[in-house]
Write a protein that binds this ligand. Structure first.
Ligand code: ZN
Length: 279
């Protein structure tokens, strides 16, 4: 087991397992706070965690239509865990405190082709923050940074809840959404002592889809019941992800203008839409 504090690289990829668990926890608390940009015309840089706030995705979609070429994005949303890894290994790099970086708000993008896109992005309302309060990262753009909902505290709360759930025998963290002073922060200490691949004992939904061998289980049964509740026709709810279930998922996706792939992942838009459909 690799703990977050043991990662000695200025890279966020090693904590992707914990990142995904955290995003799932966040979505449990606040559905659709962050959405994936994987389906847009982008080239994901190494280690990109492709999530932003929904209105940021819309703005990016509009920009990409005008730009007409794929855009290389090296960083978008960064979890408080990913920010901690960067902070721990910051060296001479300028890195915000865990809990406080703009990337944690899901409104920022680091763009490889920044010289090419700078003028058009500024014209469309993006803020190029270079030179702002000593900011020296030329590739960094924000979508209406100060007018966007601030979700940084929510994302820290998600970690605090995840930690408390995974460690019922330890002293529980106060769920206040605050990391605070890195030198004395209890939350930061817990982040550093979390496994990079995610907590093994925390319930984390598997990705449900038509597979060979076929998936069976309570989670499939729950999905089938949810589909029925959402008004989708389904012959039986027998806890078996068969062709009929695959068709039902696709039908739901079609009727909600989602990507029609028959896949229900833990943090994906289909699970979010299902949750909202039966709320
Ligand atoms: Zn940046």
């Amino acid at each position: 087991m690799t703990l977050v504090k043991d990662i000695k690289k200025f890279r966020t990829l090693p904590v992707r397992g914990l990142d995904r668990q955290l995003l799932w926890q966040l979505n449990q608390l606040f559905p659709n706070l962050l959405v994936s940009i994987e389906d847009l015309n982008i080239k994901p840089g190494d280690g990109l965690f492709p999530y932003v706030q929904p209105s940021v995705k819309k703005a990016l979609e509009i920009f990409l239509k005008d730009y007409g070429k794929p855009l290389t994005i090296n960083s978008a949303y960064r979890s408080v865990v990913a920010q901690t890894v960067l902070y721990n290994n910051r060296g001479s790099n300028l890195v915000g405190n865990p809990g406080e970086s703009d990337h944690q708000n899901g409104v920022s993008l680091d763009i490889e082709e920044w010289t090419d896109v700078k003028d058009l992005m500024k014209k469309q309302g993006w803020k190029w923050t270079y030179g702002d309060q000593g900011k020296s990262d030329v590739w960094h753009f924000d979508w209406h940074r100060h007018e966007m909902p601030d979700i940084k505290e929510d994302t820290v709360k998600a970690f605090q809840i995840l930690w408390n759930t995974a460690n019922p025998e330890l002293e529980q963290l106060v769920v206040d959404g605050i990391v605070g002073n890195p030198d004395v922060s209890k939350t930061l200490k817990c982040i550093n002592n979390s496994p990079a691949e995610g907590f093994p004992n925390v319930g984390y939904p598997r990705t449900l889809k038509l597979t060979e061998p076929i998936q069976q289980g309570k989670d499939v049964g729950e999905l089938q019941l949810t589909l029925k509740k959402a008004g989708i026709k389904l012959e039986k709810a027998d806890q078996v992800f068969d062709l009929g279930t695959d068709q039902a998922v696709k039908e739901f996706q079609r009727s909600h203008s989602l990507t029609i792939d028959g896949i229900v992942s833990a943090e994906g838009e289909t699970r979010q839409a299902l949750k909202l459909a039966i709320a």
